[in-house]
Design a protein around this ligand. Structure first.
Ligand code: GLA
Length: 361
């Protein structure tokens, strides 16, 4: 971190900009540190990624509760975890990377076996966004050109990260000049005991959804909205994440754990609770609210402990969980799912808030 300067001062917090590194093509990557009561979050312009979120445990000790690397080279070398990134233009999977829109077929690069994942081989997570300090936070802007990764239309995306009293709020705004599809989310992995403090299997999750979208062997939804009732996918009452993860359930086997989309109650576009997680060790509680219709709960099944970059930090299987608020995977190929289509003249808005608190023993 070279130079530091306070670029915006809000009533309760501050926004500071520093240099995080330089990409191989010489583009500078900035890090914005947002502070408010009970929270300090850092977000960088590479992938508009959340690099750290520091919050207090039940004894008031501040720790970083998201997985990441201490230097940019770790993020550049790691091509599989999407730590902290904004994923797009289509977060999650599109079957065979194919969809049709207005009678035309489109092909996105297939980077996850036969399917496309998180927007293709060079998704929004690998692009340097334009950062701008705003009140209580930072606005990240990206213009994805017509034809980028095979998607139609020039898409302009603004992602605003702001902090308010122990919460990190993310607002997404996008617009296009041709019909296209959009599904944006944040891919932070949380470990409420702190990055590097073991696995998340002992945490208690409450996820208020009555249905989820079962998948095939490529983790593409079959199209069915299945009841969670009587399955290891029922988290309507707070349940320990690891309690049923090894049960002989076909869906859990296909994904090596949880890596599924839950259908949230309430209307698409209205704010609703997506999840509440309690870590008994630290006492930290994370509550997620969103306007999105779904949430991908992923238990870090593909984390391998691999070490990347100069600092050589590794992250074991289940070292973190993701709660990716989103439209359902492969929606362009499922007309019955809430639509991900965006037309010229329309603006797509969505909001997700991660609120941190603590609970006594
Ligand atoms: C998402 C997917 C997972 C995995 C991770 C990245 O959460 O659903 O299957 O690809 O991203 O490793």
């Amino acid at each position: 971190m070279l130079l530091s300067m306070t670029t915006a001062m809000a009533a309760h917090g501050s926004v500071t900009k520093t240099t995080f590194g330089t990409t191989p093509d010489g583009t500078a990557v900035d890090l914005y540190t947002l502070k408010s009561e009970g929270i300090e979050a850092s977000v960088m312009t590479y992938g508009a990624r959340v690099v750290s979120i520091k919050t207090a445990d039940r004894d008031g000790k501040m720790s970083n509760v998201v997985l990441g690397y201490s230097a940019l080279d770790g993020y550049l070398a790691d091509k599989s975890t999407y730590f902290g990134a904004i994923v797009g233009r289509y977060g999650n999977r599109i079957a065979f990377g194919k969809f049709s829109l207005d009678g035309k077929q489109y092909q996105i690069p297939t980077n996850d076996h036969a399917n496309s994942l998180h927007g293709g081989t060079v998704g929004f997570d690998r692009m340097v966004w334009q950062g701008r300090a705003i009140a209580d936070g930072v606005e990240m802007t990206l213009v994805s050109k017509d034809g980028d990764q095979g998607f139609p239309g020039t898409l302009t995306v603004h992602v605003r990260y702001t902090v308010h009293h122990g919460a990190l709020r993310i607002d997404y705004v996008s617009s296009t000049d041709k019909d296209t599809v959009v599904n944006l989310t944040n891919h932070s992995y949380f470990n409420l005991a702190g990055d590097g403090q073991g696995t998340i299997l002992h945490d208690e999750l409450m996820l208020p959804a009555d249905q989820y979208t079962p998948v095939d062997s490529g983790l593409i939804p079959t199209g069915v909205l299945a009841p969670v009732e009587g399955t290891p996918f029922d988290f309507r009452k707070a349940t320990v994440i690891g309690a049923r993860i090894d049960e002989p359930n076909e869906q859990l086997k296909l994904a090596g754990g949880y890596d599924h989309n839950w259908v949230l109650r309430g209307k698409n576009g209205e704010v609703k609770t997506a999840a509440r997680v309690y870590d008994p060790l630290s006492g930290r509680v994370l509550t997620v609210t969103t306007t999105e219709p779904g949430v991908q709960f992923y238990t870090g099944n593909f984390l391998t402990g691999a070490k990347y970059g100069t600092a050589q930090e590794g992250h074991e299987k289940h070292a973190g969980f993701c709660l990716e608020t989103q439209h359902f995977p492969d929606s362009p190929n499922h007309p019955a799912f809430p639509t991900t289509e965006l037309k010229p003249g329309e603006t797509r808005h969505s909001t997700t808030t991660f609120t941190f608190s603590t609970q006594a023993k």
